[in-house]
Ligand binder design. Structure first.
Ligand SMILES: [Ca+2]
Length: 86
């Protein structure tokens, strides 16, 4: 696993979003690492910093990523299926 961040990304209870060693993004809503759902096949491997927070003010955590080129993006978990990894 490359990185992990906790937050409520879908409006129920706290979830985990993880970047696996192969760069894929996964969601786990069970509080463990045993059963997760891969959100996208796009690579997040060049992401340097992963942070959770409600950046849009809708009460649901978003995923903030700082990429290898120094830029950052904020996305909802639902939008994460079409990220723009750098
Ligand atoms: Ca949740």
């Amino acid at each position: 696993m490359q990185q992990m961040v906790a937050g409520d990304f879908n409006g129920d209870l706290t979830d985990l979003v993880t970047i696996w060693g192969d760069g894929t993004l996964h969601h786990n809503g069970h509080g463990d690492l045993n059963s997760s759902t891969q959100l996208t096949s796009a690579s997040w491997g060049n992401m340097k910093i992963l942070a959770a927070g409600d950046y849009t003010g809708d009460g649901i955590a978003d995923i903030l990523a700082e990429w290898g080129d120094g830029t950052s993006t904020s996305t909802t978990e639902q939008e994460a299926s079409t990220p723009a990894p750098r």
